[in-house]
Structures are given as structure tokens and as C-alpha cells.
Write a new protein. Structure first.
Length: 81
């Protein structure tokens, strides 16, 4: 299993579009066979800081589109915490 964390620093004027883009990207993420789970978290103390955590079943995780097994109940709704 591979766990990858990606940190983003997003300017205030770009946050709404960034979050919309992530919601669009959640569709291919939810359909990529090797992706087990993913979550985008936003810091409550620093709203411009985001961390994307992706968990892949194999070392071939970079085939996941940056923008998962068929969607299950855990993948049915894009997550932003």
C-alpha cells in the first residue's frame, strides 16, 4: 500500500475554483482501480493550506489522474474536510 500526501497553498481568490476542480477530479479518482481512498483536508487555522491524501493499492499509484476499484459507499460523495 502506498500513501501519498500532497500539500497545496492556495491564494484566497483561487480557493473556490480549487475546491470545484477537486470535486470534478473526484470522479476519476473514485473510478481508478488502484486508488483505495483519498481525502482533501483544509486547515481551519490557515484556510489557504490544503493536504490531499491518496492511498493506492500498488506502487503504480501515479497512474491515478491528479484531477479508484468501483465506487463504494466510501467513495460516493467527494470529501473535503
Amino acid at each position: 500500500m502506498i500513501v501519498e500526501h500532497i500539500r497545496y497553498r492556495i491564494a484566497e481568490r483561487q480557493r473556490a475554483e480549487f475546491e470545484k476542480a477537486y470535486l470534478r477530479a473526484s470522479v476519476p479518482l473514485g473510478q481508478a482501480e488502484q486508488c483505495v481512498d483519498y481525502e482533501l483536508a483544509r486547515c481551519t487555522e490557515d484556510p489557504g493550506s490544503y493536504i490531499l491524501c491518496q492511498i493506492a493499492s500498488t506502487g503504480v499509484h501515479h497512474e491515478c489522474p491528479p484531477q479508484r476499484t468501483r465506487p463504494s459507499a466510501s467513495h460516493s460523495t467527494p470529501k473535503l474536510t
